[in-house]
Design a protein around this ligand. Structure first.
Ligand code: NAD
Ligand SMILES: CCCCC[C@H](O)/C=C/C=C\C/C=C\C/C=C\CCCC(=O)O
Length: 256
């Protein structure tokens, strides 16, 4: 996919990885819609992007991705504002073992819902122009984590859903590529959750385990992951791919 003049929608993009993904699209000459539950930070990020990349190329929409009406409104506003939708990145995510149902709602249910809404816009077999969906999973999609069993379950689910939807897209000639992005530890706010009992709940006793893992495996920067994000979008041969990004091996793919 040529990213210049594309329209990308990224969830949870007020900060962190989503912000880095949005900026990588802007650098490629695309237009972006960033949506996030954090309105204050979202407006700051939009203003930052307007200064850096010119006005009118970034839209921010306040949205709780677990609200279907709000999610539908984001897609409608995206097409109304920029005329099309070429890229969806399901990035919004939380790590909360206390509110574990919400973790599943944000990390998996909303991702599924947004993927279906994107397909409604993109599917060539239904009059769309095709497109690309990137679902942000994690290395937690491969390995057990005593400190975060439900977060881990959500990311395992993202991989199964992504690979299955990619197979459906291929067999059904949707013209939509759907791939998963699995970073290891990245220097963003979500890592801070391991220090809070309100996030880890009864698994707070294992916080030192995950801190030791971070020490052992290292922590990436969002820009490292954004490079993989762009590669998944630009390589038209990738559908159903599971891209891993780790400090030790960099960008590589899971071979099933
Ligand atoms: N940082 C890491 O180590 C790491 C590693 C692998 C995968 N991930 C995944 O990357 C994604 C982005 O997380 P991050 O690392 O940038 O952390 P982050 O906490 O900095 O960013 C998450 C963003 O999602 C937003 N968000 C949360 N709930 C939302 C909701 N209901 N509706 C809309 N927006 C919502 C937050 O406001 C925030 O802006 C998540 O899916 C996370 O699981 C992170
Ligand atoms: C810390 C909780 C919130 C962020 C989790 C994020 O998804 C990062 C996950 C990273 C790894 C999965 C957790 C534990 C597995 C242990 C080691 C895997 C590291 C693999 C590697 O970097 O080579």
């Amino acid at each position: 996919m040529i990213l210049k003049n594309c329209v990308g929608l990224i969830t949870g993009a007020s900060q962190g990885l989503g912000k880095a993904f949005a900026e990588s699209l802007l650098k490629k000459g695309a237009q972006v819609v960033i949506c996030d539950i954090n309105q204050a930070q979202g407006e700051i990020t939009r203003a930052e992007f307007d200064l850096r990349y010119g006005p009118g190329r970034t839209a921010f929409i306040t949205c709780d991705v677990t609200s279907l009406p709000q999610l539908k409104d984001v897609f409608s506003q995206t097409v109304q504002t920029f005329g099309r939708l070429d890229v969806l990145c399901n990035n919004a995510g939380i790590n909360n073992e206390n509110s574990w149902e919400r973790t599943i709602s944000v990390n998996l249910v909303a991702l599924i819902q947004a993927s279906y809404l994107a397909l409604d816009h993109m599917r060539r077999d239904r009059g769309g122009k095709g497109g690309s969906i990137i679902n942000v999973a994690s290395m937690s999609g491969f390995v057990p984590a005593a400190h975060a069993p439900v977060y881990t379950a959500s990311k395992h689910g993202v991989l199964g859903f992504t690979r299955s939807l990619a197979e459906a897209s291929s067999l059904g000639n949707y013209g939509v590529r759907i791939n998963a992005l699995c970073p290891s530890f990245v220097n963003t706010e979500i890592l801070e959750t391991v220090n809070h009992e309100e996030n880890l709940g009864i698994f707070y006793q294992f916080k030192d385990n995950v801190k030791n893992l971070m020490q052992a495996f290292g922590v990436l920067e969002p820009s490292d992951v954004a490079n993989g994000f762009v590669q998944l979008l630009e390589d038209d041969n990738l559908n159903g791919a599971v891209m891993k990004i780790t400090t030790s091996k960099g960008i590589h793919f899971e071979n099933y």
